[in-house]
Design a protein around this ligand. Structure first.
Ligand code: FES
Length: 56
């Protein structure tokens, strides 16, 4: 599903980014643009990052 509509970023994109080492919203914003526009996706994006981090 789309998490960030402003930048067309899906939960899979965020998971993939997290798996490749991105572990903060700041980095995620830099790489994918997530949270950089309206900010509505920030909460969900943060949660996905946390999920990936705690799943290994
Ligand atoms: Fe992500 Fe707007 S939905 S910045």
């Amino acid at each position: 599903m789309y998490v960030c509509l402003c930048h067309g970023v899906t939960d899979r994109d965020i998971r993939a980014a997290a798996e490749s080492g991105i572990d903060s919203m700041r980095q995620l914003g830099k790489e994918l643009g997530v949270g950089r526009q309206c900010g509505r996706c920030a909460c969900t994006a943060r949660e996905i990052l946390r999920e990936v981090r705690t799943s290994d």
